[in-house]
Write a protein that binds this ligand. Structure first.
Ligand SMILES: Cc1cc2nc3c(=O)[nH]c(=O)nc-3n(C[C@H](O)[C@H](O)[C@H](O)COP(=O)(O)O)c2cc1C
Length: 332
């Protein structure tokens, strides 16, 4: 048995599960393992220092899988923005067929992607942005709730309300993101009106994710309270692991500090060290509240088949068993 949804049909994947872009984490080994498991993995374009490196990473992923995978292009405002157009050109030239956009309005990138037969899954954190992206012509929506790792936006609407509110207005395939880690989440997302789920933290904590074992063990040991929301006063909120660095950042900004006062603490190079050296106190690193649902470090294959298998059991077993046929009862 398998779960077929609008998302699996339009994006051509076996299972209604995606692994969204993750800075420093979304590399070839993980993305290929997700693809081989029948789910949809995304390389993170900006993890690669140059567009040429992205081309190499795409080639490396192709050596590891012949299943479909995509590339995440995160478009964030920056003083010195990366060469987005060059990364986009590499994606097109490499023959990638699915792109996950995130961070801001995907409009400038859509014509080129669509002209080259690339489907765009746009990730956003509010119903209004999802509706706007749908009207721009994206092919799918990934709606990221307040629970998520990374940038949850400023509205603070968790998935239980965000997903059905978005589903009421979204006609194209829509997957639910933020806080998903197991079969119960997948079934809940489908019940709330989504066509699948996107997971970051859960895939970060798998055998094939190329981050230090200490980080994976910290996620397993952590619980749902183990995150901080940094940059709230700057209205650029990010959910990250709670550690001495993130708590100091919260403290400085709460006391009226400005970005330059925390710039050194939040430097990307420090966060990268966490993943490379395994010192979970070395800097800022993203993880979501789904940490409270992550209790092991499986392979991607084990994880995806467990989620899909258990989801089918929940739907046909536990939930199916709750439905009583009144007519049959009367006949009996
Ligand atoms: C370590 C890490 C890095 C991330 N980096 C990015 C990124 O560069 N671009 C992006 O669109 N989302 C990024 N995300 C967000 C994920 O793609 C996904 O939306 C989020 O993790 C979903 O919430 P979950 O962790 O509860 O599953 C990141 C998440 C993690 C855990």
């Amino acid at each position: 048995m398998s779960l077929t949804t609008k998302f699996t049909e339009v994006f051509g994947v076996e299972h209604p599960i995606a692994q969204g872009g993750m800075q420093w984490v979304g590399r070839a080994e993980l993305v290929a393992a997700v693809a081989n498991a029948g789910a949809l993995g995304f390389l993170t374009a900006l993890t690669q220092p140059t567009p040429a490196d992205l081309a190499n990473e795409i080639a490396k992923t192709r050596d590891l899988t012949d299943k479909p995978f995509g590339v995440n292009l995160t478009i964030l405002p920056a003083i010195n923005p990366p060469p987005y157009d060059e990364y986009r050109q590499v994606i097109v030239d490499a023959g990638i067929k699915i792109v996950e956009t995130a961070g801001s309005n995907p409009a400038p990138h859509l014509p080129m992607f669509h002209d080259n037969g690339i489907k765009v899954l746009h990730k956003c954190t509010s119903v209004r942005h999802a509706v706007k992206a749908q009207s721009l012509g994206v092919d799918g929506i990934s709606i990221d709730g307040f629970e998520c790792a990374g940038h949850p936006g400023e509205d603070d609407i968790p998935g239980l309300v965000l997903i059905p509110a978005a589903a009421a207005q979204i006609e194209i395939p829509m997957i639910a993101s933020g806080g998903f880690a197991d079969a119960r989440g997948l079934v809940a997302a489908l019940a709330l009106g989504a066509d699948g789920i996107n997971m970051g933290s859960r895939f970060m904590c798998t055998v094939e994710s190329c981050i230090h074992q200490n980080v994976k063990e910290a996620i397993v040991a952590g619980d749902e309270r183990g995150t901080e929301l940094i940059f709230r006063p700057l209205r650029n909120t990010a959910r990250v692991a709670s550690n001495t660095v993130s708590r100091e950042v919260v403290d400085i900004l709460d006391k009226g500090g400005q970005f330059p006062d925390v710039q050194e603490l939040v430097a990307g190079v420090r966060g990268r060290k966490v993943f490379e050296n395994g010192d979970v106190e070395a800097g800022i690193w993203s993880v979501g509240t789904s940490m409270g649902l992550i209790n092991d470090i499986p392979t991607c294959g084990e994880l995806v088949s467990r989620i899909v298998g258990e989801a089918e059991d929940i739907i046909t077993g536990r939930l199916g068993g709750m439905v009583e046929d009144d007519d049959e009862e009367n006949v009996a």
